[in-house]
Design a protein around this ligand. Structure first.
Ligand code: FE2
Length: 294
C-alpha cells in the first residue's frame, strides 16, 4: 500500500445534496482558504420510461456554486455508477473544471463496450475524461491537497477520494448500518472489495467519511456522514473484524438475491462516456437496450 499523504489538519467544507430518485448523495467540497471547490458524483435526472432527461439536480449544484461565487476546479466521479446518470459534462459546460475518475475506467469501457456492442468510435482509453487517477495520485483543489485510493471490488475503477480530513467513499462503504455495495456486476469481485475496504479502514479513525448512497435501512432518516472509527467498529458487513472468507460468503449469497438497478442500462452507457449521452449515426442522442446482455 502506498504511503498516503493524509492531512487531518485540513478541514474542507462539505455539503451533501440528496437525490431521492436514486438515493445518491452528491457533494460540493470547498477549500476553507479560497473560493475553490470540487463536485463529487453529480446526478443527471432521467425519466427512463419516457426517455426524458432533465437537469434539476445538476442545476441545484450549479446554483450552489455560482450563488457563492465559487470556482469549480474538479468534477470527480468515484466510479461508473450503475444506478444514476452523471451530470459531469453538463456541469463542466456551465462552470468549467476537470472531470476525473479512476484509470481502470479502461477495463470498464472494455467490458461494457462489448456488452453494448459499441463500435470503434467508442474509445476504450479513458480519453472522455480530463484526468485518470492511479492509486495514491494527488491533485489540488485551491490550497487543498487531495488524493485518490484505488478501491476495486464493486467495479474495477472505483476510487475513494481523500481531501484533508474528509474521505468520499463512493460505493466502497455505505453507512455502518447499510454495509457495503454489491460486487456482482461484470468486473466486480467480493474478495477485492474486502481488500479495498481494509485500505479505507486503515485511514485515521477520526477521518470523516461521506458516502454516495443511503437507503435509510429500518426506516431511519437518510444520512451520509460517518467516520472511519464508526465503520471499523459497527459496519454490518465488515466491522468488528469480519474475516475475508465471511465477507465473500455473505456478499456472494446476498448479491445472488439482488435485482438489477432500475437505471443500470442507461447509466452504464452514459457514465462510461464520462456522462455524455451516446448518439446514433445522425447525431441524435439515443440509448440502447442489449437483450439478455447483462
Ligand atoms: Fe455504484
Amino acid at each position: 500500500m502506498p504511503d498516503y499523504p493524509v492531512d487531518m489538519e485540513m478541514r474542507p467544507e462539505v455539503e451533501g445534496f440528496f437525490d431521492p430518485a436514486s438515493n445518491t448523495i452528491s457533494y460540493i467540497v470547498k477549500d476553507p482558504g479560497s473560493d475553490a471547490c470540487a463536485i463529487i458524483d453529480s446526478v443527471l435526472d432521467i425519466d427512463y420510461a419516457a426517455g426524458r432527461i432533465t437537469y434539476d439536480s445538476a442545476d441545484a449544484l450549479i446554483d450552489a456554486v455560482t450563488s457563492r461565487g465559487l470556482s469549480l476546479e474538479w468534477i470527480i466521479e468515484t466510479h461508473v455508477h450503475a444506478d444514476h446518470l452523471s451530470a459531469a459534462p453538463y456541469i463542466q459546460d456551465k462552470l468549467g473544471g476537470k472531470i476525473g475518475t479512476g484509470a481502470r475506467i479502461m477495463e470498464v469501457q472494455e467490458t461494457f463496450g462489448k456488452i453494448f456492442n459499441e463500435g470503434t468510435e467508442f474509445q476504450r482509453d479513458g480519453s472522455q475524461f480530463d484526468a485518470l487517477f492511479e492509486d495514491g495520485d494527488r491533485y489540488e483543489i485551491g490550497g487543498m491537497s487531495a488524493f485518490a485510493i484505488s478501491t476495486p471490488g464493486h467495479t474495477p475503477a472505483c476510487m475513494v477520494h481523500v481531501i484533508g480530513d474528509a474521505a468520499f467513499a463512493g460505493d466502497t462503504l455505505f453507512m455502518p448500518d447499510g454495509g457495503s455495495a454489491r460486487a456482482d456486476f461484470p468486473g466486480g469481485d467480493a474478495g477485492e472489495l474486502y481488500d479495498s475496504i481494509q485500505k479505507v479502514l486503515a485511514l485515521p479513525e477520526a477521518m470523516r467519511l461521506f458516502i454516495c448512497h443511503d437507503y435509510g435501512p429500518g426506516g431511519r432518516a437518510i444520512a451520509w456522514e460517518t467516520n472511519i472509527g464508526a465503520q471499523r467498529e459497527a459496519n454490518i458487513h465488515v466491522g468488528g473484524g469480519k474475516t475475508r472468507e465471511e465477507f465473500i460468503k455473505f456478499r456472494t449469497e446476498r448479491d445472488a438475491q439482488l435485482a438489477m438497478p432500475k437505471l443500470i442500462i442507461p447509466s452504464l452507457q452514459v457514465n462510461m462516456r464520462a456522462g455524455e449521452i451516446p448518439t446514433d449515426e445522425t447525431g441524435n442522442p439515443v440509448l440502447k437496450v442489449p437483450v439478455n446482455g447483462l
